[in-house]
Design a protein around this ligand. Sequence first.
Ligand code: MSP
Length: 664
Amino acid sequence: MAEKYYITTPIYYPSGNWHIGHCYTTVICDALARFHKMKGEDVFFLTGTDEHGQKVEKEALKRGITPLEFIDPLVSQLKDMWRLLDVDYNRFLRTTDGDHVKCVQHIYQKLYESGDIYKAEYEGYYCTPCEAFWTESQLKEGKCPDCGRPVTKQKEESYFFRLSKYAPRILKLYEDNPQFLQPTSRVNEMVNNFLKAGLTDLSVSRTTVKWGIPLPFDERHTAYVWIDALSNYISALGYGTDDDKLYKTYWPANLHLVGKEIVRFHAIIWPAILMALGEPLPKQIYGHGWLLIGGEKLSKSKENARPELTDPYELVKRYGADAVRYYLLREIPFGSDGEYTTERFLLRINADLANDLGNLVSRTQAMVWQNFEGKIPPCGEKEPLDEELISMCETLFERIDADMGALNAPEALSEVFALVARANKYIDETTPWILAKDPAKKARLGTVLYLLAEVCRMCAVALKPFLTVAPKKILRSFSCDENAGFESLKFGVLREGDAVEKLPPLFPRIDVKKELAAVEKFVKEHTPAASRHPEPTTCPPPASGGGVGEGVRPHSPQITIDDFSKVELKIGEVIACEKVAKSDKLLHETVKIGEEVRSVVSGIAKFYTPEEMVGKKVVVVTNLKPVTLRGVLSEGMILCAEDEAGNLCLLSPEKLVESGAVVK
Ligand code: MSP
C-alpha cells in the first residue's frame, strides 16, 4: 500500500491584501506535495481560510454588510491566487464550512466533559490583529509583543482550557522527539519564552465576539479563533463526525508548515489540545522564516508591501507562475529570513531560468535540428566524460530526495541546477559545433546530443514538483510523457528518431536594468495616481520585450462595439467610504452593486470627502481584475470625467435607477 503523506498550510485570514510573502508557505507545501506524489505516495494537501473572529466582524460592520458578504469575494480571490500559482490542494477548508463547525463543537464538548475546559473570568489583554491573549507582564511597552500594536484590556466571563496541565508533557515531547519542532532554534524560543515560566490556562471562548462558532454547552460564548483555526487540520478529515475515513487514513499529519510567528500556537496549544483529546500528534511542525523588505517582515500591516511590487497577481502576470514559484522555492535558505527585492527576484530568474536552463534546452534543440533534422540522434559509444554526466543524472534523485526529506527545496533545486550547469559546461568541453564540421565525427556528435537531450529530459522530470509549466513543455518537446515520474530518472529513455520540437525561449531573458527602470516608472506613475485606474493590465511590458507579461496595449483610436462590450459597467451605490491611510489622494468606497458589495479604491480624495460619497450612485467598471492599492483591495473602478486642469467629477445617472443597473 502506498505510503500516506498529509501536509498542511496554515489557513489564511481573509484579509485580501495578499503579497508574495503570503505565497511562501503554500508554494513550498505545494512543491512538497507534488514531490511526494511523484514518489508514488498517497498525498493529502490541505489549505483554506480562517474566517471567524473580531477582525472580520469589525470589518464587515464597518461596511454595513454581513461577515460572509465581506469574506466570500476574498476567498474567491485567494483561490484565484492559488490557481494562478498552480497550487494543487486536495481540500480548501473554510472555517465556516458546516463539517468544520460541527467538528469544533465536538472538540469543545469532549474537552468540557473531560474537565479540560472550565468556566472562569478572563482578565487580561487582547491583540485583535493577532487574535492573541496576553498577560500584563508579557506586553512590550504596553503593546502586543508579536506585532507591536495596541492591545485592549478585557474582562469577561470565559471558558478556559487547562493548558498549564500540559506544559511538562510538551517539554518532554520536545526532548524525546527533536523532529517534532524544527528548526531547533524554534524549540529554544518556545522553551525560553513560554514553557520555562510555566503556562497559564488559556481563555478559549468569547462572549463579546458574535462572529464565531457557538459553544455547544453554552451558546452565549463563541470559540476562540485559534482553537477554531487549529482544529481545521483534523476537521478537514472528518474527525468527530460519522464519516472519519479520511481521518483514519491520513492523521497524524506528516507536516504542518507555518511561518515562524505562529509556531507558538502550533507547537504549544495544538499538541496540548490533541493530548487532551487523546489523539496522536502531528509528526512535524516546521516554522519557516519570512520574506523581508528593508529588514522587516513583508506585511500588510507594516505597509511595506508596496502592492505594485509584491502583488502575486501582478508578478505572475508579468513573469509567469514558474518564475514566481522558482524565486520562492530557491532564493531563501530554508528556515531563515530573506530580503525581497525586485532586483534579486529578476536576477534569480534571469540567471537560473533564462540563462542556465533556457540556454541548455535551446542550444540542445537547435543543434538537434541543425544536425539531425529535428530527430533524437542515436547514442553511440560513450566516453568517460559522458559517463560522468550520466552518473550525475542517475544519482540526482537520491540527492533531491534527501534534500526534500529535510524540506529543503532550495538545496534540491540547487542540485538540479548544478546538473544544468554541468551540462552547459559539457557543451563547451565537447564542442559539438566543431564535431559538426567533420562528417567522420557524426556518430560522436549524435552521442553528445543524445546525452544533452537526456539531461534536458531528466532535469525537466526533476523540476516537476517545483515548476509547473516549463518542465511539461520540455518533456513534450522531446516527445516524452509529461506525466513521467521519478522512475524515469535513468539514462536511455529517449528513443532514437523521435521528433524534437524547437521551443521558443522558455524564459525570455530580462534586461534587469531596463526592467527595474520600467517598474520604478510604473510605481511612480501609479502611486497614488494609478488609483484612478487601478487596473493591473496597465503594468508596462517586461523590458525583455518577450512574451511573459501582457504589458500595455497600444492606445487604439477606434474600437468596435465588440471591444466596447468587453467592459462591464454598472450602477453602484456607495454605502460606506473612508480615506486610505497615508494617502492624500485615495478614498476607499464600499459599493453596493445589485446584490453584490465591493471594495473600490479611487483617486478622488482631493475632490470629494468620504461623507459626500456615501449615498452617491456612481458608474462602476465591474469586470476589472482586482488589485490592491496601498494595501486596500480594489474590485472595480468608479468612472469620473477629468477636465484639462485635472479636476475630477463623478459620473452619476441623471434619473433614479436601482444599483446593479447595467450601463451600456
Ligand atoms: N490564520 C492564521 C493561521 C491559522 S493556522 C491554524 C494566519 N494567517 S495569515 O494569513 O496571516 O498567514 C498565512 C501564512 O502566510 C503564514 O504561514 C504566514 O507565516 C505566512 N506569511 C505572511 N507573511 C509572510 C512573509 N512576509 N514571509 C513569509 N511568510 C509569511 O497566520
